[in-house]
Every structure is written in structure tokens, then in C-alpha cells.
Design a protein. Structure first.
Length: 248
């Protein structure tokens, strides 16, 4: 391997990292440091305030990253219903005729405290999804977890430490800590986001035009990022079992 060693990543993912390092030519300072093995932990990236501009950085530092496609499109189903599909298609009139544009949303996470969401548009479905997945990696962010449920208070990190709100467009969501074993009380697409962030139990309330699925997902992402804006004393962090990013 170049730069990194087998001890820096799980054995099952060594081939994946090797493949990336063989074809990747880093263009940023952070990329070169990751490529040369100077940075082997994504926590160090956020602590030093680096901006991630290359998706390969995330693939190397989080080799167990998983992807989910959010179903933002819709087609006519039987009986007049709507069947949800991964690609959303829009058409606009141009002097040369109709021009179609495809839209896709992808969420990535390691199910252990890191989450990213990407939205992209293009002319080809496959390329649009790949583009959205790359953007999701560039938007990766640590998610704070803990146990702020008054019904549980187990000092674990299966839920969120306190109630938080998020907003995107007309959609507003409220996330409430849940006791262990509750599960994710949310829609199927929101469950994809929460589970990839490493959250196993939570209550959720939604307000506004939640049928606008893109805004709904972004509102949840905004709520999760707002957790980091709440300042908590160190003794309270221990009491709530708060974990920032990767679990210890």
C-alpha cells in the first residue's frame, strides 16, 4: 500500500483502499496528507478544521461507509397512486424543445457517528446518482449521540442527548430522545438517514409540506447538525453519555 498500512484500516477493506490509492491523484493539501499516511483518522480532519474537497479522503478514512438512495421521485401507480422511485425527472421548455433533467439524493454514513447527504442533477440516471454520492462524501459531518431520554438514561449512545429542531424550506422537524428498544419512529426514508448516522432510537415530529421529500430529509440533517451547536458542560456530557463522531 501507499502511505497507509494494513493496521490503519479494517482488513476486510484493505483491497478497497489499495484500489483508491492506486488510481487517486490528490489535488489538495488534505488529500496529499491522507495519501501519504500523515492523517489516518477522520476525527483529526475535523479537529484541525480541514475542508474536505475530495471524496476519496472520506472513502479512505471511513472504509466502512455505506450508501442509501433516497426515493425522491414518483411515477403513476395502479389506482392513481404514486410509486416512489430513486430518480426525480423535471422538464422545462426551451426554444430548441423540451429539456429533461434528472435529480438524485444519496445519503452516506458509517452507522457510527458520521453522516453526509448529497443532491445532484444531470442527464443520465447512473451518473447523477454517482455525482450525488460524491457530494454526500464532501458533506460528511460528525453526529453527536448520547442518551437524553428520561425513560432510559442508560448513559449509552443509542439516541440523541437532547431534543433538537431542524428546518429546510417549509418543513420543520423535531427530534426527541427515545428509550432503548423504541426504534426509529419516523418515515422509511428518514429512517435511512438516522440509521446511517448511528441513531437507533428516537421520536420525530414533522411540520409543514413533508411531501416535499428533499426538504424533509434536509430538515432532519439540519437538526442533527444543530446538536453540535449546543454547548454542554463536561460533567453533563458524561451523565448523558455523549459521543461526538466515532464511538469509543
Amino acid at each position: 500500500m501507499i502511505g497507509l498500512t494494513e493496521n490503519d484500516v479494517p482488513q476486510i477493506e484493505v483491497n478497497k483502499v489499495e484500489r483508491i490509492l492506486k488510481t487517486w491523484v490528490p489535488k489538495t493539501e488534505l488529500g496529499r496528507k491522507v495519501y501519504n499516511g500523515e492523517i489516518t483518522n477522520i476525527e483529526e480532519v475535523f479537529k484541525k478544521g480541514y475542508i474536505i474537497r475530495e471524496p476519496e479522503i472520506v472513502d479512505i478514512l471511513l472504509p466502512d461507509l455505506k450508501e442509501e438512495i433516497i426515493l425522491i421521485g414518483g411515477s403513476s401507480g395502479k389506482g392513481g397512486g404514486i410509486k416512489r422511485i430513486p430518480i426525480r425527472s423535471t422538464v422545462r421548455m426551451h426554444k430548441s424543445g423540451r429539456k429533461r433533467s434528472l435529480h438524485a439524493m444519496v445519503v452516506v454514513g458509517n452507522e457510527d457517528g458520521y453522516l453526509g447527504i448529497g443532491y445532484a442533477k444531470g442527464k443520465d440516471a447512473r451518473e447523477t446518482i454517482i455525482k450525488a454520492a460524491k457530494k454526500a462524501r464532501l458533506n460528511i459531518t460528525p453526529i453527536i449521540r448520547g442518551c437524553g431520554s428520561w425513560e432510559c438514561h442508560c448513559h449509552g449512545n443509542h439516541t440523541i442527548p437532547f431534543k433538537v429542531e431542524g428546518k429546510a424550506g417549509s418543513v420543520r422537524v423535531k427530534l426527541i430522545p427515545g428509550p432503548r428498544g423504541l426504534g426509529l419512529v419516523a418515515s422509511s426514508e428518514v429512517k435511512k438517514v438516522l440509521s446511517l448516522a448511528g441513531i437507533k432510537d428516537v421520536w420525530m415530529q414533522s411540520f409543514g409540506q413533508t411531501r416535499t421529500r428533499i426538504n424533509h430529509i434536509y430538515a432532519v440533517f439540519n437538526a442533527l447538525k444543530n446538536l453540535a451547536k449546543i454547548r454542554v458542560p463536561e460533567d453533563v456530557k458524561k451523565d448523558l453519555g455523549i459521543v461526538e463522531g466515532l464511538s469509543k
